[in-house]
Design a protein around this ligand. Sequence first.
Ligand SMILES: NC(=O)c1ccc[n+]([C@@H]2O[C@H](COP(=O)([O-])OP(=O)(O)OC[C@H]3O[C@@H](n4cnc5c(N)ncnc54)[C@H](O)[C@@H]3O)[C@@H](O)[C@H]2O)c1
Length: 350
Amino acid sequence: MSNGCLLVTGGAGFIGSNFVLESLNRGFEVINIDKLTYAGNLENLAAANGNEKYHFIQADIVDRERLDQVFAQHDISAVVNFAAESHVDRSIDGPAAFVETNVVGTFQLLQATLAYWRSLSPAQQSAFRFLHVSTDEVYGSLGKEGAFKETTPYAPNSPYSASKAASDHLVRAYHHTYGLPVVTTNCSNNYGPYQFPEKLIPVVIMKALNGESIPIYGDGANIRDWLFVADHCDAILAVLEKGRLGETYNIGGESEKTNLEVVHTICALLDERQKKSHPHRELIKFVTDRPGHDRRYAMDITKISTELGWLPRESFESGIAKTVDWYLSNQTWCGRVLDGSYRLQRLGLG
Ligand SMILES: NC(=O)c1ccc[n+]([C@@H]2O[C@H](COP(=O)([O-])OP(=O)(O)OC[C@H]3O[C@@H](n4cnc5c(N)ncnc54)[C@H](O)[C@@H]3O)[C@@H](O)[C@H]2O)c1
């Protein structure tokens, strides 16, 4: 598979750009199609510039004609679908874009992929994969105990998770109805380099560095399972290579933390790295909760670890230290991504 050509959608976003760089490192050819919304940033891919195995095409996955052209021009061995509107708060303020990209876009991508797949030889057809990248949020919210399994019924609570759930169902249906060789991954919260600063960890780092108050939604006791982005990319490549067709695989870091624990850890790391007269945690301010805020997510990763031998390599402690250091060393990147209409303001009050 490492000689293959991957069509990666949304490869200029946070996880997509980490995935594109890792896939190039592993010898794949990569065609990255990205609409370049506010979340897409070609600067994330500077390390790929000049690599003859890397091609960028600015395109919208909703645009079927453009997708057909891309398929007609390249020998693609797998599609990896990251392209999405991805921020829960934005889905509360403007759900239409989520339905358009996450549902209609995935549908158009499936249609274009199916037409291309049908044109392949039987050997190429059986080697082909469509890997759909999804989230743990489709399963809804957990109580104090237990973890989501691949068999947990879907119960999405936000427009974001509902649109991702709809796309997951379409992907499943294209396997069962048309035989398209699909695999789906559902992953917990990611963190690491190149994450757009609307999500918890980069918001906290940037607010703290600016000496601004650090907002914590509600009581800060919501629990998420955190996974370092490089581990997610590694898991996706394992599923692409060895995952069983039509199956879904849960991916997680086995690192459950309350939001408050995450913020305290970041503040302590910044205290060590940037001595200030007051500890950074004094900047914490509790703010109105997110409407419909899911209380707890946790992933049971038994299936991917036993079937495919994948386990996260990074602990939360090592991953978060690397992440804080990356943001400290990439202040120019941070300044540039905050150049547009988004400047760390509160979103998603509905
Ligand atoms: N971030 C997480 O913690 C997390 C966890 C689990 C799953 N996921 C899933 O992983 C994927 C990537 O997440 P992310 O955090 O990197 O998102 P992101 O918002 O950082 O990046 C999304 C990318 O998709 C592109 N895009 C948006 N609409 C498009 C369209 N219509 N056509 C083509 N490109 C389009 C954007 O320009 C951007 O580059 C998403 O599908 C998300 O649901 C994310």
